[in-house]
Design a protein around this ligand. Structure first.
Ligand code: ADP
Ligand code: MG
Length: 689
């Protein structure tokens, strides 16, 4: 999306997304409650009603005096939308510098930017803009408030290590403790020493503020008056939330979410519902089940408006959840973890918590980074429940027993301590941090994980024996916003004569839900038949290539997509991402060439990057990783699932549910591994597998 194509409809103050859409109001339901007492207020008034408003001057004062402000406040108090505006209004940014806000999630960056542009009555992409991976909407000359993902700020640091463009950096949502948050905090600590004018706002819903303050405080004396960091809390307005537990554990939490939502809808007073599930597939499934129920509701009962919310949903669909619900309708939002703190959905009175979330987990013994569904922490459960108490007292339904709640971990460990670190290490190296083992991380990762990352980068030829970035491979892949394995394949692609195809495959992998999979019945069978037309024996990656090429051949026709059970919006997004990658290739002067029908070259090129993710078929019928001997299975969505199991495969991702499943597979010849990664596969390929 560019600034010129993403202009929203011009809105005058007071015509914001919170306004009731009168055209949809059912006149028969004129007596229903209005939940948001502020809905008819102008946007200016809405801003003034936020809990943070009374702290405005104090915040500005503290930022004059201190370099770092640690701001703690309930979700929804106005931190993310208001602070950048207060700063701008007070004159920060007058010297041509920018107020930058980093968000752990893309959806937060884009929806916050839309909201703030609307509050300021300007076009998105002008005074207020955003920048996320493969999608920019800002104007370097006009934008004063820029929301971005943390990864983008890190990329910018490579070109501008002292962040001279910025007058204030707000690190939002630090309680999420992502890998990038921790890296940025470590780097900012260094930058602050050199850039005395730069200000940092660290904002969080629940974090240990004292620890962050101490981390940033540059005061080496015992005299507190010399502190450079300060803490401030914003009182949130939270109403009591009644928490309900189930008596017996549920066998199927998706069904339980649907049943609970239905029973709230039929029995409880008006008010919107927010339910948490773990991934987009589950969300889509619950949404379609609820829609079926909703079609069956007869008579003058309240109607349901069922909406999904997850990261890979197109932006326009995401914005729907923020619309004020017209009278006579009950909004039911089924979301992933992104609705826990990153975004605040108005109108919620009931929360359903399935009790699980999906996170990444790295096992240094087996060298595998796995997506796992794990029980939530108590902190997450409390945060989820709290979402019900923002406009009046609410109810939270936990789909687990009270004694299970007692057994939950108090908090989820920071990402730095549980994920694969090669991308983080690569970026630190590119930013001139030679000794990553001694880098000042706010929550230091286990040395084993760091060493495993260093080893991997060496194997990828991104680092040399001394641990320095290699040229051009290491230096180039550090600047690609993808996993180093993918970036390596991309960098190698001109040599294999297939950069065009590699770009397509990588762009397709960025979009998760290309194939539409209806929940069941005739449609599910038709979808499976439709998918088969694109399937090839080489596996999922080349199947994705086929899908994209067919999509282009049919000129992106939405009807054709619909007939073939392909997600048109997803494909459109893949084509936008692909375009960005083409520019990336140009930037690094890498040739854009097509392998035409030479699929072997494409497969070999993918192998040159993905080789660390190899698995072989053990005689027991189970796949095993070469490095860690971990048992792996082919995921049921893979095109290889119903075929004869190939002896060797490469995978892009491991998802753990009841077993560890490999996703996005490529069938490979083990000779390629030996040839393309001899130092890595030398000994093991001698074994008789
Ligand atoms: P915090 O960062 O403290 O959690 P925010 O600044 O995100 O709070 O939100 C402040 C208020 O603005 C909330 O009441 C929220 O509902 C509203 N809001 C935030 N984003 C949007 C949006 N995209 N559309 C409509 N309202 C929004
Ligand atoms: Mg926020």
């Amino acid at each position: 999306m560019t600034a010129s194509t993403s202009k929203p409809k011009f809105l005058k103050p007071g015509e914001g997304t919170w306004q009731e859409d009168k055209s949809e109001i059912d006149p028969n339901n004129a007596t229903t409650f209005v939940y948001n007492p502020h809905v008819s207020l102008s946007l200016v008034q809405q801003r003034q009603r936020l809990p943070i408003y009374t702290n405005r001057n104090h915040i500005l004062y503290l930022l004059e005096r201190f370099q770092t402000l640690v701001l703690v406040g309930e979700t929804g108090s106005g931190k993310s939308t208001q602070i950048p505006q207060y700063l701008l209004e007070a004159g920060w940014g007058k010297d041509g510098k920018i107020i930058g806000i980093t968000e752990p999630r893309r959806v937060a960056a884009t929806t916050l930017a839309s909201r703030v542009a609307e509050e300021r009555n300007c076009f998105l992409g002008q005074e207020v803009g955003y920048s996320i991976r493969f999608d920019d909407c800002f104007d370097p000359d006009l934008t004063k408030i820029k929301y971005m993902t943390e990864g983008i700020l890190l990329m910018e640091m490579m070109a501008d290590p002292l962040l001279r463009k910025y007058c204030v950096i707000m690190l939002d949502e630090v309680h999420e403790q992502t890998l990038f948050t921790d890296i940025i905090m470590g780097l900012l600590k260094k930058i602050l020493r050199k850039q005395k004018r730069l200000r940092i706002v660290v904002s969080s819903a629940t974090v240990d503020a004292e620890q962050i303050k101490n981390f940033f405080n540059q005061n080496s004396t015992n005299d507190p008056s010399k502190d450079t960091a300060v803490i401030m809390s914003v009182e949130g307005r939270l109403y009591p939330v009644d928490v309900f537990y189930i008596k017996e554990p549920v066998p199927d939490y998706i069904k339980a979410v649907v049943d609970t939502a239905m029973s709230i809808h039929l029995k409880e007073t008006p008010g919107d519902i927010l339910a948490f599930l773990t991934g987009h597939k589950e969300v889509d499934q619950a949404v379609s089940l609820l829609k079926e129920h909703s079609d069956r509701i007869k008579g003058d009962k309240m109607k349901m408006l069922v909406l999904p919310m997850y990261g890979s949903l197109p932006n326009s669909e995401q914005l729907k959840v923020f619309r004020y619900t017209p009278r006579g309708l009950r909004k039911i939002v089924i979301a992933t973890n992104i609705a826990e703190t990153s975004i605040t959905i108005p109108g919620i009175v009931y929360v359903i918590d399935c009790g699980f979330m999906k996170i990444r987990w790295f096992n240094p013994e087996t060298h595998t980074d796995t997506l796992v569904v794990v029980p939530v922490s108590q902190a997450s459960a409390e945060q989820r429940a709290g979402r019900a108490g923002r406009i009046r007292s609410g109810k939270a339904y936990r789909l687990y027993t009270e004694s299970d709640f007692e057994k939950l971990a108090p908090a989820t460990p920071p990402e730095m301590q549980r994920t694969e670190l090669s991308m983080a290490v690569l970026q630190l190296k590119a930013l001139g941090i030679d000794n990553v083992l001694r880098f000042n991380f706010p929550s230091p990762p286990p040395a084993k994980n760091l060493l495993s990352a260093l080893e991997l980068l060496f194997a990828l030829d991104a680092l040399d024996k001394e641990g320095q970035l290699t040229k051009p491979v290491g230096v180039t892949i550090a600047e690609f916003p993808m996993s180093p394995l993918f970036s390596k394949a991309l960098v190698m692609s001109p040599e294999f004569g297939c950069s065009e195809e590699i770009i397509t495959i990588l762009a397709m992998l960025q979009v998760q839900n290309i194939f539409v999979s209806p929940a069941g019945g005739q449609k599910a069978i038709q979808a499976r038949v439709a998918k088969r037309k694109f399937e090839v024996a080489e596996g999922d990656l080349l199947t994705l290539l086929n899908v994209y090429n067919a999509y282009v051949k049919h000129r992106g026709d939405p009807n054709w997509c619909h007939e073939h059970f392909l997600n048109h919006k997803g494909l459109k997004r893949a084509s936008e991402i692909r375009q960005r990658m083409v520019s990336l290739l140009k930037k690094f002067k890498l040739a854009f060439v097509s392998a035409k029908r030479d699929t072997t070259s494409i497969c070999r090129c993918l192998t040159s990057g993905l080789f660390p993710n190899a698995a072989y078929l053990h005689y027991s019928g189970v796949y095993k990783t070469v490095r860690g001997d971990q048992d792996l299975y082919i995921h049921p969505t893979s095109v290889l699932y119903n075929l004869e199991q190939p002896p060797w495969v490469l995978f892009c991702e491991v998802l753990y549910t009841n077993k560890a499943y490999m996703r996005d597979l490529l069938v490979v010849d083990p000779k390629w591994l030996e040839e393309l990664a001899p130092h890595f596969y030398h000994r093991t390929t001698d074994k008789d597998h």
